[in-house]
Design a protein around this ligand. Structure first.
Ligand SMILES: NC(=O)c1ccc[n+]([C@@H]2O[C@H](COP(=O)([O-])OP(=O)(O)OC[C@H]3O[C@@H](n4cnc5c(N)ncnc54)[C@H](OP(=O)(O)O)[C@@H]3O)[C@@H](O)[C@H]2O)c1
Length: 428
């Protein structure tokens, strides 16, 4: 039987799990793919770190870059992480030296995917990154293979398990953002530095990769990104009373010939499909023709789900064939213009925390009408203890530019006690 010689570089959370899985399942994978996945080298920073398995001297490569020089290596699996430094050096040089590459590194692919894909195509090797987007949700291969027939207009969903867990728990347990974040860190769902999860940057990296695959375009760096750090439990509670949940959603859509990529907290009907996805789960929804709507849901991260995705990539390489990393040749990929979010129409949720006195409500509604934004629903929630009131307004569809102008204007008024909130509402 044919075999492919493999080097794994990076033996942390993911690399260690993958190595153990491959060792245990070598035979069955060989049978399924008619080719043996043969691990010959391992590398990481520190050989003596306890990883729960022994590494013999023959397998260990001290300088990770040396795996590239070894003629017998066919496939390098990069599991170091980060868009710069060792991961970047390893993947660029591996492809230049005609080695196949599998990586779980969304930071690297969302930043350098176009250049890497050009090198892979020129050198006729594979560059696979299923594990870089939503771990156990097999969306990349679905787009490249199972959904190949479709013209896709929109891809959206929940792409970050940490923020979904935090928002779900704030909703279920009526707890503050910080209380829930600490719990998420204790349970291992949020990293000790969760910045990129909470700022929306993690979702943005995944969305750039997905939209490029969906729209046959180069990676588009223009993306509107807002995270969940400013969502507080009052917003969650008001949303709930109005029949919504707040989710951090990523959207990439074609508007005419332009692309709009956006990541922001969104109110979505609690009875909708996405509204029902709670905890650490991810879900990706594709709107395509002829398929219609297609949904894939699953564990977004963690060593087990990520290994499932890595094995799919490794198996694809074991089976042979050279594929274009972004589904079509780089010669056919397009540069799409970016549409500004300010021009798109949304229904929106506003929350104003005001001094409770006559005239305030009419002043607020005047600002709405001056900006030609019509109000669909208004709820006033007075708090007698501190002479304040919360005013919640749901609008009809209006230009994002106008919605933001309202917030800027009203935030300057003397009756405002706390920074006002604007959260867009999903069309779905
Ligand atoms: N964790 C997840 O749930 C998840 C999910 C999807 C995708 N990913 C992606 O998977 C990749 C790996 O993540 P991880 O959680 O496994 O990270 P990790 O636990 O921090 O492991 C990183 C590994 O890289 C090695 N390394 C660091 N610098 C190195 C260098 N200069 N030379 C050689 N090796 C070096 C480390 O070596 P030592 O062990 O010797 O320190 C370690 O084994 C990242 O791209 C991440 O975004 C992770």
């Amino acid at each position: 039987m044919r075999k492919i010689n493999i080097a794994i570089v990076g033996l942390g959370n993911i690399g260690s799990y993958l190595y153990k899985y491959l060792r245990k399942n070598k035979q069955i994978l060989a049978k399924k793919n008619n080719c043996i996945p043969n691990i010959i080298y391992l590398s990481a920073k520190n050989k003596n770190r306890n990883r729960g398995f022994k590494i013999n001297n023959k397998q260990w490569v001290k300088n990770y870059l040396d795996v590239i020089k070894k003629k017998e290596v066919d496939l390098i699996i990069e599991l170091i992480g980060g868009s710069e430094g060792p991961a970047k050096k390893l993947v660029f040089n591996a492809l230049k030296n005609k080695k196949h590459v599998v990586t779980a590194n969304k930071a690297l692919i969302s930043k350098y995917g176009d250049q890497l894909s050009q090198i892979a195509e020129k050198n006729r090797v594979n560059l696979e990154f299923e594990a870089a987007v939503c771990g156990g949700v097999p969306i990349i291969r679905s787009l490249k293979e199972s959904l190949i027939a479709n013209k896709i207009n929109k891809v959206y969903g929940i792409f970050n398990g940490t923020s979904n867990y935090i928002l779900s728990l704030m909703d279920e347990e009526n707890k503050s953002f910080n209380e829930v974040l600490i719990k998420a860190q204790k349970k291992g769902y949020a990293e000790s530095n969760p910045t990129s999860d909470l700022s929306g940057e993690d979702v943005a990296a995944k969305l750039k990769i997905l939209s490029s695959l969906c729209f046959n375009s180069f990676l588009n760096k223009n993306i509107h990104v807002e995270g969940i750090k400013d969502i507080d439990k009052d917003d969650i509670n008001y949303a709930k009373k109005l029949g919504y949940k707040i989710k951090l959603l990523g959207y990439a859509e074609l508007i005419g010939k332009n692309i709009l990529q956006r990541v922001h907290p969104t109110l979505i009907r609690d009875s909708s499909y996405v509204g029902s996805i709670d905890g650490v789960l991810n879900a990706v929804i594709i709107d395509g023709n002829p398929v219609g709507q297609s949904i894939i849901q699953g564990e977004g991260a963690g060593p087990a789900a990520t290994t499932s995705a890595l094995i799919s990539d490794i198996s694809s390489i074991l089976r042979g064939n050279i594929k274009f990393p972004f589904s079509i040749s780089n010669k056919e990929r397009k540069n799409l213009n970016f549409q500004q979010i300010s021009e798109r129409y949304f229904s929106a949720y506003f929350r104003f925390n005001v001094i409770d006195r006559p005239g305030v409500l009419s002043n607020i509604t005047k600002v709405f009408s001056r900006n030609k934004v019509s109000i669909k629903r208004l709820v006033q929630d007075p708090n007698k203890n501190n002479n304040s009131s919360s005013i919640i307004i749901i609008t009809h569809h209006s230009k994002d530019k106008s919605l933001n102008k309202i917030i800027q204007t009203i935030n300057k008024r003397p009756y405002i006690k706390r920074r006002s909130k604007l959260i867009r509402i999903a069309d779905e």
